[in-house]
Write a protein that binds this ligand. Structure first.
Ligand code: NAD
Length: 376
């Protein structure tokens, strides 16, 4: 059974499988072929893969020959799609909710595609939860970027030149990324406040030493621990609540998301205009439309002296550890499927049934009610 690890497209520094993962898949009975150079940007040389037991392939097309499984971080582009063998199992971030064309192409090629974004948040699947592992990276790097861009120290300093108060950081959205932002900003010494609308967020925020300034919105509690879109009235209340909090903050990190929807706009132009010049906003939801009215994905915007960063692919900027975690997730997902020298896909399995978006020539996105509803 052949598992293939290909080089990601230009601009993506992560790799889907690290040498440590090669060893684990070999122990599970797979042969692993790695495209030459696939791991270099994440810190893994061809020699390290060879030492772990992989075969290095220099031909970006021939590597797909006889592949049973293709491991990727991001979805294949059009050219790579043409190379996928029929009936291969593809694993990666396939953005299934926003890529109908990709899914129909994969189905046409009889590919069995497992979209890691749809792995359910059940206890058994925690080790496979790539969305969480990469969100951890997002929350960490967003705070480092904010600290680097800010003209202020984060910690309180008492120096001979005078006392410097700690930076005031507001984190909006206290999910996986938000909690990591809180922890990182606290480690740097900032005073941290956090806002969310889910009841569970309060205890988690407080356990990290931050002040919870959110409020519980029952209608915002979705399935599986996620939030869902709220009414216009709730949005108005949130706006009133956030206006002062944002204006008083030196740094705002936004991470609020609703699966399958455009990210909610929570930081508006008037709030930004109430911030001090030199303040920094890092909008981690930029790729999903942004939590901030003035965000431009992939760009830095300066408005009235306030810097608004809309980073895309923050996990790709910490490629070594983002790949380490993603590789562990992929191995945890794939290993149980490797039985008797072949890959077994059981759509009745909770995890595989949820993550599988194409199989036997069909797109299977509507099989989960929550996903189907969110996709509307
Ligand atoms: P997410 O990325 O979908 O959203 C990030 C945060 O934005 C969430 O906390 C959400 O409540 C918040 N949000 C959405 N709309 C908002 C609004 N209008 N105003 C304010 N905040 C808003 O969420 P996530 O990071 O993937 O995690 C969601 C929850 O799932 C968290 O509690 C997390 O701990 C939990 N989780 C559980 C497991 C597991 O059990 N295996 C794994 C991962 C995450």
């Amino acid at each position: 059974m052949k598992v293939v690890v290909v080089k990601e497209r230009a601009g993506e520094s992560r790799v889907a499988l690290t040498p440590d993962g090669v060893q684990k898949l070999k122990s599970a009975g797979a042969d692993v072929s790695v495209q030459s150079g696939a791991g270099v940007a994440a810190g893994h040389t061809d020699a390290a893969y060879t030492a772990a037991g992989a075969t290095i392939d220099h031909d970006s097309a021939a590597i797909y020959t006889n592949a049973d499984v293709v491991l990727r971080v991001l979805a294949p582009d059009r050219d790579e799609m043409e190379l996928l063998p029929r009936n291969v199992v593809l694993i990666g971030f396939l953005a299934p909710m926003t890529s109908p064309e990709l899914l129909s192409q994969l189905a046409q090629r009889q590919v069995t595609a497992l979209a890691v974004e749809l792995i359910p948040r059940i206890t058994r699947a925690q080790a496979m939860d790539a969305l969480s592992s990469q969100a951890t990276v997002v929350g960490y790097k967003a705070v480092l970027n904010a600290a680097a861009a800010s003209g202020r120290f984060f910690p309180m300093l008492m120096t001979a030149a005078g006392t410097i108060p700690p930076a005031k950081v507001l984190v909006i959205g206290a999910g996986v990324a938000g909690l990591m932002s809180i922890a990182t900003a606290r480690r740097l010494g900032a005073v941290v406040q956090a806002f969310d609308i889910r009841a569970a967020a309060k205890e988690q925020v407080e356990s990290l030493g931050a002040n919870f300034v959110g409020f519980h919105v029952a209608e915002g509690e979705g399935q599986g621990g996620y939030a869902q879109e709220v009414s216009e009235e709730t949005k108005r209340q949130e706006h009133e609540h956030l206006r002062k909090l944002v204006g008083d903050s030196d740094v705002v990190i936004t991470t609020a998301q609703v699966p399958g929807r455009r990210a909610p706009v929570l930081v508006t132009r008037d709030m930004i205009e109430a911030m001090k010049p030199g303040s920094v906003i890092v909008d981690c939801a930029a790729e999903a439309g942004g939590n901030c009215e003035l965000t431009e994905a992939g760009k830095d915007v300066i408005h009235n002296g306030v810097l608004i960063q809309g980073p895309i692919n923050l996990p790709g900027t910490v490629p070594t550890h983002a790949s380490f975690m993603y590789s562990r997730n992929v191995v945890a997902l794939l290993t149980p499927l490797l039985k008797d020298g072949k890959v077994t896909i059981d759509l009745q399995d909770d995890v595989i049934g949820a993550a599988c978006v194409t199989h036997n020539g069909e797109v299977r996105l509507g099989h989960r009610p929550a996903v189907a509803a969110a996709a509307k």
